[in-house]
Ligand binder design. Structure first.
Ligand code: ADP
Length: 745
């Protein structure tokens, strides 16, 4: 009978293939989770080459060895292409190097090439050990003790081209770099009325091209999976660009994926697109190839979070099923998933084959729902004008308004709503200044061009307010809705929007116009709304907090100093916990938990102990409503007083910067996706017999509508937050990651 393999006692982690931002965070999480589980953890330098070379390229790591790397791009372990690892001889040396150190578990962070190589290594493991015994390089006792290699993979790749995970490590950061570059190009292109063609990475995968086109409001996009429909696509592109100019668009922007091709598989280059625009339209056109800029820079908040949770889960996987079939750890929505490694690698490779065989429909199907949705959406958004209404169709009048605090991405959502609504043949109205504007009849008809440039603009062009409508206002709102013949209402906003929408729905017997469909789109940096894992604006706020905290940490390199940073969130600790994860905070105070005197005593003692043992920097993040008594100022004074001369303490209340700034790519993409679904929902409901009202959201990464009537059942009584907050499950992980004092090897 086969004995269940023993739980490994030593584990190695390596990064391999193309580098990607977030690899460091993944290494840090793997190392710290491994140490916390009592494993000896080794770092392998220079990818597979380090395995083959051994020596000091395979080094035991302590928790502090992976301190201070969370915010760094690239990989501190290094990565290399390694020809020797492709030979059996090379892999035999690698096996010996691991066995010598008693290592029989390997966590690999890399692309499909690296994962394929690692899988082969694992398959050959026992035969490699036999050879090593025969050669006298290891003894049979060693071979028996480490019969099987446990292998777990994570995908580090900016292309986001892997099956088995919604997102790969590095893709979100690459989108940040691309979007920043395009935003910058935007202003110069508009000034000179130029055309720009931007080439982005992605040989077999159009993810970066497509999503950056959505996020940057591009006017044409070319991706490998879905080549232009016709052979004369150049003509269609020119007509679209020309129509844009005719209605006053000041710049034209085309995005071309590295691997873009036509229906026959002939490559379409950025240079070719430029030549076409110049020759056929006489456009002054420039090409920008973003190249390695896309790989570089500090990882985004999402990549730090993703890498951290994946690294932690990878170690759990190692411990749970030693010796089992290798698994790939990935994410679906907020959920961590594992799938057989080679299944995912093979499916990924299959897409390339499908594209090579010109079977584009299958290629798009394999990319999945949100990719296809985005592609469909971009084809609407690149139009210079809406489709003409169908003859005889009913033209609805749909209104958009904001309520609640400002959230980056609100403008993006309005732009999409207006364009999708108009494109479907309906009249789109904008209500200025929230519910007050609705009560006052401050309502304007919008058109295609009135939302030009809104995709990337922070703030809220229509104005927003936190004020709940008074009973008297509800009456006037109803009057105005009737007077303007509003058939449906899209509320883009936060708590105020949801609460008022629910009240309107409740009042529908008294004011029958409130029985017309209302849909709420979650837009709040606090991420405190029911029915959605994420609200628009939260990702931008997280990145903003993270950038500020990175700077605050850098300001303290020389001194022994602790910071108490206060972040927004009202009654919801999402921003605090997630920014704590992304910046490596030791302690996070959440409104969900409150703060007790006992907590503070324990925390100050831990800080003292840390600083007494060489710690130079402390970081504590406090959510603004964490506790009514123990304020940020109080905690600072307490720590400083109790810390004695060991360290000093500074407080930083980040304030309204968290609500500002241009929306992150992720917020733009989510706003686009949700707003288009909301308008479709309103149209369907308004034209149906029994209209209902709802709020939209992302649930397990999918767009879902929840009936508005459910609102009170889904929230915590007395506070502004939903009952279901799946991210709270990350608290233990945050604690493990912040542990600076795992035992030294
Ligand atoms: P990526 O992991 O980004 O796809 P590569 O394809 O270059 O990058 O793979 C990185 C390294 O992984 C290679 O240099 C090689 O050492 C190893 N590797 C890749 N494919 C194989 C394979 N089929 N067999 C053995 N090793 C491989």
């Amino acid at each position: 009978m086969l004995k269940t393999p023993q739980r490994p006692t030593s584990m190695a982690v390596l990064t391999s293939g193309g580098d990607a931002a977030g690899m460091n965070a993944a290494v840090r999480a793997t190392v710290r989770a491994g140490l916390a589980a009592g494993l000896d953890v080794y770092g392998v330098y220079e990818g597979m080459q380090g395995l083959v070379d051994g020596g000091d390229r395979i080094t035991q790591l302590s928790s502090s060895d992976v301190g201070g790397i969370l915010h760094q791009g690239g990989t501190v372990l290094g990565t290399a292409r390694c020809a020797e690892f492709r030979t059996r001889e090379g892999r035999r040396r690698a096996a010996r190097n691991l066995i010598e150190r008693g290592i029989d578990a390997l966590v690999v962070i890399g692309g499909d090439g690296s994962l394929t190589g690692a899988n082969l290594f694992r398959e050959e493991w026992s035969s490699l050990l036999d050879e090593l015994v025969d050669l006298g390089e290891i003894d049979s006792g060693q071979a028996t003790a480490h019969k099987r290699l446990t292998l777990v993979g994570m995908v580090g790749s900016i292309d986001n081209d892997m099956f088995g995970t919604d997102m790969t490590i590095g893709a979100d950061t690459a989108l940040h770099r691309i979007t920043e570059a395009i935003d910058a190009i935007h202003s110069t292109a508009s000034s000179h009325q130029r055309s720009f063609v931007i080439e982005v990475m992605g040989r077999n995968c159009g993810y970066l091209a497509l999503m950056s086109a959505v996020a940057a409001g591009a006017n044409w996009v070319l991706i490998p999976e879905s080549p232009p429909d016709t052979d004369d696509w150049e003509e269609s592109m020119c007509r679209a660009m020309e129509a844009g100019r005719a209605i006053g668009r000041r710049r034209n922007l085309a995005i071309v994926a590295e691997g873009a091709q036509d229906r026959h598989g002939n490559p379409i280059t950025a240079q070719h697109v430029k030549e076409v625009l110049e020759e056929r339209l006489g456009e002054d056109t420039r090409v920008t190839s973003l190249g390695h800029v896309q790989r570089g820079g500090a990882p985004s908040a999402f990549d730090r979070y993703l890498s951290t949770v994946l690294g932690y889960a990878a170690v759990e996987q190692v411990l749970m099923s030693p010796g089992a079939e290798p698994q790939l750890i990935g994410i679906r929505g907020h959920e961590i998933i594992s799938s057989p490694l080679m299944d995912s690698v093979n499916k990924t490779k299959a897409v390339a084959d499908v594209i090579a065989n010109h079977d584009y429909e299958t290629a798009m199907d394999m990319r999945g729902g949100s990719f296809k949705d985005s592609f469909r959406m971009i084809r609407t958004m690149v139009r210079a004008q809406p489709h003409a209404p169908e003859p005889g169709q009913r033209r609805l009048r749909l209104a958009v308004l904001h309520a609640g605090g400002p959230a980056p991405g609100m403008n993006t959502a309005v732009r999409v709503a207006v364009r999708v609504g108009e494109d479907r043949g309906h009249t789109m109205l904008a209500v200025h200044n929230g519910f007050k504007g609705l009560a006052d009849g401050d309502i304007e008809e919008m058109n295609w061009m009135s939302v030009t440039g809104w995709v990337s603009r922070g703030g809220a062009e229509l104005g927003t307010s936190r004020k709940q409508p008074t009973p008297e206002m509800f009456a006037r709102m109803a009057e105005q809705m009737a007077e303007h013949e509003i058939d449906g209402l899209l509320l883009i906003g936060g708590w105020t929007a949801y609460q008022a929408a629910h009240t309107m729905h409740e009042l529908r017997d008294e004011y029958p116009v409130f029985g017309r469909p209302i849909v709420c789109l979650p837009a709040s940096i606090n991420n405190d709304l029911p029915g959605s894992e994420l609200s628009v604006g939260a990702d931008t706020a997280l990145n903003s907090i993270q950038n500020d905290v990175d700077k605050i940490k850098q300001s303290a390199v020389a001194a022994r100093r602790s910071f108490v940073v206060e972040v927004m969130g009202r009654d919801c600790g999402y921003l605090a916990l997630m920014s704590g994860l992304a910046t490596g905070a030791e302690r996070v105070y959440l409104p969900e938990e409150g703060i007790s005197l006992l907590d503070l005593e324990k925390d100050v003692n831990e800080l003292k102990d840390g600083f007494a043992h060489g710690k130079r920097l402390g970081l504590v993040i406090r959510s603004e409503h964490a506790d009514p008594v123990f304020s940020t100022g109080f905690i600072r004074s307490l720590f400083e007083h109790e810390g004695g001369g060991l360290f000093d303490v500074r407080e930083a209340i980040l304030g309204h910067v968290q609500q500002g700034g241009d929306p992150s790519p992720f917020d733009r993409i989510q706003a686009t996706r949700l707003a288009s679904k909301c308008v479709e929902y309103l149209i369907e409901q308004a034209l149906g017999d029994e209209p209902t009202s709802a709020f939209v959201g992302l649930q397990k990464g999918k767009v879902r509508f929840t009936p508005l009537i459910e609102f009170p059942n889904l929230i915590e009584p007395g506070v502004h937050r939903p009952k279901d907050q799946s991210w709270m499950a990350l608290r233990p992980l945050a604690r493990v990651m912040a542990q600076p004092s795992h035992p030294k090897p």
